[in-house]
Design a protein around this ligand. Structure first.
Ligand SMILES: [Zn+2]
Length: 143
């Protein structure tokens, strides 16, 4: 059954098995967990933080920004405002692709850093290379 309302439940530890329609809020671990309201059974975890989600609690609970499950099969996209689920249009292929290419860009940046290390071999490698060259071609200046 589709969930249209969430009941906030403040916990220290998020239980292993979640009940539908409950928003498990752990302030200790700055994370909110719930089951996807479309009834697909997927667990959705939204970390709280300046770069992640914001939780607004004024007796009822809201999460900002929207929750878009572009990575899971149901592709649900919804807002939680004042305990209510407000359904948005499913994430488009383009939105999902953009999110993925952001991830890819981060990966490329990491790989570039790894390459920097590889093109600057440690001193012992240089010593081995220069001694190989000396053996192979002889040292200069002794003839
Ligand atoms: Zn779902």
């Amino acid at each position: 059954m589709r969930t249209d309302y969430f009941k906030p439940c403040f916990v220290e530890f998020v239980p292993a098995r979640l009940d539908p329609g409950i928003l498990y809020i752990s302030l200790e671990y700055a994370t909110v967990s719930h089951l996807c309201p479309c009834a697909c059974g997927n667990r959705v975890v939204t970390p709280l933080g300046p770069a992640d989600w914001q939780l607004i609690f004024d007796g009822s609970v809201s999460l900002r920004p929207s929750i878009g499950n572009g990575q899971i099969a149901c592709r649900s996209h919804y807002f939680i405002r004042g305990d209510r689920v407000i359904w948005a249009l499913p994430m488009t292929r383009e939105q999902t692709r953009r999110a993925q290419s952001r991830d890819k860009a981060a990966l490329v940046a990491q790989t570039a850093q790894a390459t920097d290390i590889a093109v600057n071999p440690p001193a012992s490698a240089w010593a081995r290379i220069t001694s190989f060259l000396r053996r192979r071609f002889g040292s200069s200046g002794h003839r």
